[in-house]
Design a binder for this molecule. Structure first.
Ligand SMILES: [Zn+2]
Length: 159
């Protein structure tokens, strides 16, 4: 059954340059869904994700795939810097160091990824998280939760 998805546009994005959409950087927001949305739509904060997923699997989409969201900061992946230019940002409400991802959050993430996996030709090698592309600086996701998510992505999308 599909999870509800609501469009909540934010000014915190860059629509002036092409977004390459080579894969996804997953995050946790470290806040509740409501508190996260308040931050992500505040122009003074200059942060955003393409998608935020609540504990019950409900999704907010904040930035169009074609536009660059501001989620990764100083980062590097596959030898390339400025990951915002080429990775979509998908975040889970909550803090994976305090509580595991809910089953609904993982199922909803798979549902969000599914049409894009085909559309953009994604592979597992281009799925990552903030901790891995900004080591020492960022700690999301908890590695245990990243492995759960990665296994779920592999089971669903890798033949
Ligand atoms: Zn993050």
């Amino acid at each position: 059954m599909p999870f509800p998805e609501h469009s909540i546009p934010t000014p915190n994005h860059d629509a002036t340059r092409e977004h390459e959409r080579l894969g996804v950087c997953f995050h946790h927001s470290a806040e509740t869904f409501a508190d996260s949305l308040a931050i992500l739509t505040d122009p003074a904060r200059k942060v955003s994700y393409h998608c935020l997923i609540d504990l019950d699997g409900a999704r907010a989409t904040l930035v169009a795939d074609a536009h660059i969201a501001w989620h990764a900061g100083v980062s590097s992946f596959h030898g390339r810097e400025r990951c915002n230019d080429f990775l979509l940002g998908c975040s889970f409400a909550g803090n994976t160091w305090h509580a595991p991802l809910t089953d609904a959050q993982i199922a909803s993430a798979l549902e969000w990824v599914a049409p894009r996996w085909t559309r953009y030709g994604w592979t597992l090698a281009w799925m990552t998280d903030h901790r891995q592309i900004a080591p020492q600086r960022k700690d999301d996701l908890n590695p245990v939760e990243w492995e759960r998510l990665r296994a779920a992505l592999a089971a669903r999308f890798v033949p």
